[in-house]
Design a protein around this ligand. Structure first.
Ligand code: GLU
Length: 472
């Protein structure tokens, strides 16, 4: 390997999404792999918006990509690059290919190309278009519009040494002279990608294996220009739980839908990293660990299947392990992303005090907020029907007895616990029988955090006020 081979240069990776819709979960996973690889090597991770197709590219889709990347914490280095902005450079390279004899002007019209294909089909020959202009003497060129075609080798092989797929060999006779510059002077995707990757110094191209065939043709452009070919890693696509290509019928396919469903970004990163990549049998890991462990060798060859149960499970573990301040911040961002009403300052303050008793066993933010109902609601407490059943005359009487005992209690679990257990014992009931009316009084629900946690979070005055209200 020469000293300047891509593998020996400082790592530069990129994600190159086309802004033609929402950000697909597969694009997010590809971005994540590129980001992890760059961060692992202390390299650079770039973002290029492939907006060359003016008809299909929209600023809204670009904005969705930037939001999705930001949500997932995939920080890119430098400014996002617009491929369209580089169009003059692409055209310049096409002309340089002409000058080098690696490309030629082709004046064949669409009708002529069609006729060629029809004749080829009739004669059972290959329908790959072979332009009559490939070896034409420039003096014979008409003064008409032309495209620039790459002069692809007619024989031999193009070999892709792919870090995931292994060695993949393409017969050159199967590849036609692709167009690199259209007659209106705009570059084709196949040219633009190579020029940009070269100009941006990309050393490793990690992308979906739907681009594997493109790698062969792109290799020819690198060779024609005498540029170094990057290291290729074509990763298998993400499939639905049924093993079929991921589509809307499998549920969410857009990154922003996951945010709006209330998945934490750290859990998403963990899950997407595991989707097609493994490090021993590690399932739950932090982003720091993923950066430390990530390697192309860990990427599997089989298509990854989306597994919502596993996603939920990992997300639950990340919520439980999250730092409270960061978690709060993310919950507030979730409310905004899901277009839910924002919390008041008082609610935010209570929620932040309650997080310690809400974090366990919540897989997504809606579940966590459901558990937080007791501190987000205010008096008069609306009592659900199932909970109201626990507030019969007897239990209301017990609550009435409880309030004076709480008046002078210091507000810690150690003090509250004996007060409640003694009261239950005095009435010859188990603690559970006392907890149910307390849950109803404090939260209006049957499923809540522990009564102690609720009492501690809302405080003495509010606890007594809710008990008095329920005991009426
Ligand atoms: N723009 C292409 C896509 O969105 C990616 C091209 C590449 O990664 O080389 O599929």
């Amino acid at each position: 390997m020469s000293a300047s081979s891509p593998a020996a240069r400082p790592v530069v990776t990129r994600i190159a999404p086309s802004p033609t819709g929402y950000m697909h979960i597969g694009t997010a996973r590809t971005a994540l792999f590129n980001w992890l690889f760059a961060r692992h090597h202390g390299g650079t991770f770039l973002l290029r918006i492939e907006d060359t197709d003016r008809e299909r590219s929209t600023p809204e889709a670009t904005a969705a990509i930037l939001r999705g990347m930001t949500w997932l914490g995939l920080d890119w280095d430098g400014e996002a690059v617009s491929q369209f902005e580089q169009r003059h450079r692409h055209a310049e390279v096409a002309h340089e290919m002409l000058a080098r004899g690696a490309a030629y002007k082709c004046f064949s019209s669409q009708a002529e190309i069609e006729a060629f294909r029809e004749a080829a089909t009739a004669e059972k020959r290959s329908t790959l278009f072979r332009s009559p202009w490939r070896d034409a003497d420039p003096v014979t060129h008409p003064d008409e519009p032309y495209v620039i075609r790459m002069k692809a080798p007619l024989t031999g092989e193009t070999v892709i040494d792919d870090k995931v797929q292994g060695v993949v060999t393409f017969q050159n006779e199967q590849l036609d002279d692709m167009v690199v510059l259209r007659s209106d002077g705009t570059p084709t995707y196949m040219l633009a990608v190579v020029v940009d990757d070269h100009d941006m110094g990309v050393t490793h191209v990690i992308r979906g294996d739907d681009h594997l065939n493109n790698a062969a043709r792109q290799t020819m452009v690198y060779q024609a220009m005498g540029w170094e070919i990057p290291v290729w890693a074509h990763i298998p696509l993400i499939f639905g739980p049924d093993g079929k290509k991921l589509s809307k019928r499998h549920g969410a396919t857009g990154v922003e839908e996951y945010q709006a469903m209330g998945y934490p970004a750290a859990g998403m990163r963990n899950y997407l990293t595991r989707l097609g990549w493994a490090h021993g049998d590690a399932e739950f890991f932090t982003t720091e660990q993923a950066q430390e462990w990530f390697s192309l060798e860990g990427i599997g060859r089989a298509p990854a299947r989306l597994d919502f149960k596993k996603l939920d499970n990992l997300c639950g573990q990340h919520i439980a392990a999250a730092d409270d301040a960061a978690l709060l911040h993310e919950i507030l961002a979730y409310l905004e992303a899901a277009a839910l009403p924002p919390l008041s300052e008082a609610q935010v303050s209570l929620l932040s005090q309650a997080l310690y008793c809400l974090k366990d066993r919540a897989k997504k933010f809606p579940e966590l907020l459901e558990k937080a109902h007791f501190c987000l609601t205010s008096r008069p407490i609306e009592i659900e029907e199932a909970a109201a059943k626990n507030l019969d005359a007897v239990s209301r009487g017990i609550l009435q007895e409880l309030t004076p005992r709480l008046q002078n209690a210091s507000w810690t679990k150690d003090t509250l616990e004996p007060i409640l257990t003694e009261l239950a014992a005095a009435h010859g009931i188990g603690f559970g029988k006392l907890a149910s009316p307390l849950r109803a009084a404090l939260a209006g629900r049957t499923a809540t955090p522990s009564v102690y946690d609720m009492m501690l979070v809302i405080g003495k005055d509010e606890t007594i006020a809710r008990l008095e209200e329920a005991a009426l």
